[in-house]
Design a protein around this ligand. Structure first.
Ligand code: DIG
Ligand code: MN
Ligand code: MN
Length: 388
C-alpha cells in the first residue's frame, strides 16, 4: 500500500518564502507570525522535504548588519546540517524593495540597474555559498503600467546585457551554476516583459552564453497566460532548457494564486507529472506556492504535505496509465503506422518531393475513421478518479 510519503529521492523542495509566507494579501495584513530561516528548515524537515531555496532577503534581511547576517547564516547552516536538507536553488529579490518600483535590470534609472547588478552578484555568491547549482531570475517588476514609459526593445536589450553580465560573472568566478529564467505575464506590474516560457526560450538564444541559461516554468504563470503548462515544459525539455520548475496551481483568469499543487486542475497536474516522470526529469520538484491565508502553521504543514502527496499520487496514476492494457492498446492503434508513407516523410530530397506531389491521396477515405480519443480520455478520468 503506497503511503505517498516523500523521500529525498523525490527531490521535493520549497522556498523559504513559501512555507514562510505570513498570509498577507493586497486586502489584508499578515495572519501568521514570522519564523526564522532555521525554523522553516526544521519545519520542512518535519514534513519530509528534500531541499529549501531562498531569495537573498528571505535569508538575510536587506538592512541586516554583517554580524546579523553571519548569525542568521550560522543558524541556517546548523538547521541544514541537522535536517539534512540541501539548497538546490537560489534567487534574488528584485521586486520587494521600493528601489525596484520601476524594475531592476530594465529600470529607466541607471543607478537602479547598477544597484540591481550589485545585489544580484552578492546574492549569487550567497546561493553558491550554500551549494545552489541553479540560479533563478524572475523579473517580477520588469514591466510597465504604461508603455509611454519605456521602449520594449530597450527593455529587452537591458535584460540581455544584465544576463550576459551575470554569465560572465559566474564564468569568472568559476561557479558551477546554471541560470533559469522564470516568466510571468503580469502582476505585480501591469505587463511583464518576456511574459511566457516560450518568450524566454526565444530570448535565451539571443544571449552570449545561451548554453548557461534555461527556464524555470511555473504552473500558475503559464495558466495566467491561458496556456497549457505541460506543453511549455515539454518544449523547454525538448530544447534541453528545463533547468528548474515551479509547481503550484491556479484558477484561470485570476491573479497569481500560488495554490497547493494539484488543488485546482488535477488533470493538468496529472499530465505534467506524467511528462516529468516519463522523461525521467532529474531536477527539483520545487513548490512555489503557499498555504491559504486561513491557515496557521499546522495548516502550512498540511499545505506542504499536500503538495508532495498529490505529486506522488499522480506519479502512481501515471504509472497506472502507462501499464493499463486498454490504454496502451488504444495508443498503439491510434499511432499505428504501416510504413506506407515512409517514402514521403522525414527529411527533404528533390526525389521525395517529386514523388509526393504525384501521389494520389483518397482524402475522403482518410478522413473517415474516428480517433477514439473520447474513450481514451474517459479511461484517463477513470484512472484519475480511482474507478479503474
Ligand atoms: C515567483 O513565482 C518567483 C519568485 O518567488 C522567485 O523569484 C521565483 C523562484 O521560484 N518564483
Ligand atoms: Mn507564482
Ligand atoms: Mn515562481
Amino acid at each position: 500500500m503506497n503511503t505517498y510519503n516523500p523521500k529525498p529521492e523525490h527531490q521535493f523542495t520549497f522556498g523559504l518564502w513559501t512555507v514562510g509566507s505570513r498570509g498577507r494579501d493586497p486586502f489584508g495584513s499578515e495572519v501568521r507570525e514570522s519564523k526564522t530561516p532555521a525554523e522553516l528548515v526544521y519545519l520542512l524537515g518535519e514534513v519530509g522535504a528534500y531541499g529549501v531555496n531562498f531569495h537573498d532577503n528571505d535569508l538575510i534581511p536587506i538592512d541586516a548588519t554583517p554580524a546579523e547576517a553571519e548569525s542568521i547564516k550560522k543558524a541556517f547552516r546548523q538547521a541544514l546540517a541537522s535536517t539534512g536538507l540541501v539548497v538546490p536553488m537560489a534567487t534574488t529579490n528584485l521586486f520587494s524593495d521600493p528601489v525596484f518600483k520601476d524594475g531592476a535590470f530594465t529600470s529607466n534609472d541607471p543607478k537602479v540597474r547598477a544597484y540591481a547588478r550589485q545585489k544580484t552578484m552578492k546574492s549569487i555568491d550567497l546561493g553558491v555559498e550554500f551549494g545552489a547549482k541553479v540560479y533563478v531570475f524572475w523579473g517580477g517588476r520588469e514591466g510597465v503600467e504604461t508603455d509611454s514609459s519605456k521602449s520594449a526593445v530597450e527593455a529587452i536589450k537591458r535584460t540581455r546585457e544584465a544576463l550576459n553580465f551575470f554569465c560572465e560573472y559566474a564564468l569568472d568566478r568559476k561557479y558551477d551554476l546554471k541560470f533559469a529564467l522564470e516568466a510571468k505575464p503580469n502582476e505585480p506590474r501591469g505587463d511583464i516583459y518576456n511574459p511566457t516560457t516560450g518568450h524566454m526560450l526565444a530570448f535565451i538564444e539571443t544571449l552570449d552564453h545561451p548554453e548557461m541559461v534555461g527556464v524555470n516554468p511555473e504552473v500558475a504563470h503559464e495558466h495566467m497566460a491561458g496556456l497549457n503548462f505541460m506543453h511549455g515544459v515539454a518544449q523547454a525539455w525538448e530544447a534541453g532548457k528545463l533547468f528548474h520548475i515551479d509547481l503550484n496551481d491556479q484558477y484561470p483568469g485570476r491573479y497569481d494564486q500560488d495554490l497547493r499543487f494539484g488543488s485546482r486542475d488535477l488533470k493538468a497536474a496529472f499530465y505534467l507529472v506524467k511528462f516529468l516522470e516519463d522523461v525521467k526529469y532529474n531536477g527539483s520538484r520545487h513548490f512555489d506556492a503557499h498555504a491559504y491565508r486561513t491557515e496557521d502553521y499546522e495548516g502550512v504543514k498540511d499545505f506542504a504535505r499536500g503538495c508532495m502527496r498529490t505529486y506522488l499520487i499522480l506519479k502512481e496514476k501515471a504509472a497506472q496509465f502507462n501499464a493499463d492494457a486498454e490504454v496502451q492498446a488504444l495508443l498503439a492503434e491510434i499511432n499505428a503506422d504501416d510504413g506506407a508513407m515512409a517514402p514521403f516523410l522525414g527529411k527533404y530530397t528533390p526525389e521525395k518531393a517529386a514523388a509526393l506531389k504525384e501521389h494520389a491521396f483518397d482524402r475522403v477515405a482518410i478522413a473517415q475513421p474516428g480517433r477514439k480519443y473520447e474513450r481514451l480520455d474517459q479511461l484517463t478520468i477513470d484512472i484519475l478518479t480511482g474507478t479503474r
